[in-house]
Design a protein around this ligand. Structure first.
Ligand SMILES: *[C@@H]1O[C@H](CO)[C@@H](O)[C@H](O)[C@H]1NC(C)=O
Ligand SMILES: *[C@@H]1O[C@H](CO)[C@@H](O)[C@H](O)[C@H]1NC(C)=O
Ligand SMILES: *[C@@H]1O[C@H](CO)[C@@H](O)[C@H](O)[C@H]1NC(C)=O
Ligand SMILES: *[C@@H]1O[C@H](CO)[C@@H](O)[C@H](O)[C@H]1NC(C)=O
Ligand SMILES: *[C@@H]1O[C@H](CO)[C@@H](O)[C@H](O)[C@H]1NC(C)=O
Length: 248
């Protein structure tokens, strides 16, 4: 490799070094858990509690009921969403502050709301009190009524180091009586694979968020798309090849 590089023209050497540094930089970014980009689609597994209804859920997520039903083929129409079941809500998974993947929803507080209530009921444990508190300016004891607050729900776009087979993920709050095998069976994926996407997670804990591979509208698991990082690198490589041939 070194021999090969030294026989190349000087400008080509420089291009290769720059390319190497860029690759290194991108890998470093990924290793720190920073994101470059999100993905257009992620799902949220919403536990339909008694008293919530399709209109309420549609308002919370700012998404049409018809659009939501597309991801829930087992629910024929909006009048038949039973409580104590889960429904999948589509949302866009964004790279927030270049730091992590999530989506910030805007929620209008109701009389007597607390961050805890908003996280565990309005958003059905798709987020936590702590995480809501951290994205709002209001002190937990001074949340105004009928004010708009941020509610950030984390998400995943997949991980090429684990598998390229899965590119759509559900943000899934665990509930009591579940375990790794039951969640894996429900999702139709191998338990080992599910655990790898959620390292260190105790699926029997009865609480906590996990990311679960999901099916799209047509019932297929969409594969992982090449990330922008990869694409930038490919473009740079192609561009530098042109440059190299120009110099020569
Ligand atoms: C959210 O979690 C809390 C504590 O585990 C539980 O009491 C509550 O019922 C959960 N909310 C929903 C909508 O399932
Ligand atoms: C969401 O992700 C951020 C960044 O990784 C993390 O600090 C936070 O605890 C997560 N929130 C939840 C509710 O899991
Ligand atoms: C919601 O988040 C935005 C962007 O970070 C911030 O400017 C705004 O103040 C937040 N809203 C509240 C109520 O804290
Ligand atoms: C996992 O949960 C399912 C359903 O709740 C139950 O039937 C099964 O025995 C549990 N498995 C283990 C290993 O606990
Ligand atoms: C997982 O959580 C359950 C319920 O809290 C607990 O009984 C079990 O010991 C935990 N398993 C591990 C490996 O920590």
């Amino acid at each position: 490799m070194v021999v090969m590089i030294t026989i190349l023209p000087k400008k080509t050497q420089i291009t290769l070094i720059i390319l190497f540094l860029l690759t290194f930089h991108l890998q470093l970014l990924q290793a720190q858990g920073k994101c470059n980009t999100g993905c257009q689609l992620a799902l949220a597994s919403y536990y339909v509690w008694e008293g919530s209804n399709p209109t309420y859920i549609s308002n919370i997520f700012g998404e049409d009921i018809a659009q939501i039903l597309l991801y829930n083929p087992n629910i024929p129409n909006q009048n038949t969403i039973p409580s104590d079941t889960r429904i999948s809500i589509p949302f866009s998974c964004d790279c927030l502050n270049g730091d992590f993947l999530g989506h910030t929803f805007t929620y209008e507080t109701q009389f007597g709301d607390t961050y805890e209530k908003v996280a565990s009921f309005a958003f059905a444990n798709l987020t936590t009190e702590d995480w809501v508190r951290r994205v709002n300016i209001y002190e937990p004891t001074r949340i105004p009524d009928y004010a708009f607050i941020n509610v950030t729900v984390n998400c995943s776009c997949g991980d090429r180091h684990i598998s390229r087979d899965y590119g759509l993920f559900t943000t899934y709050p665990l509930r009591p009586a579940q375990n790794l095998s039951s969640v894996a069976a429900e999702a139709g994926v191998a338990p080992q694979s599910l655990q790898r996407y959620n390292p260190g997670t105790n699926f029997s804990a009865g609480t906590g968020l996990v990311f679960v591979p999901a099916r799209d509208q047509s019932g297929n698991y969409p594969p992982l798309k090449t990330s922008t990082g990869d694409r930038v690198l490919t473009l740079l490589t192609i561009a530098s090849c042109f440059k190299i041939s120009e110099y020569e």
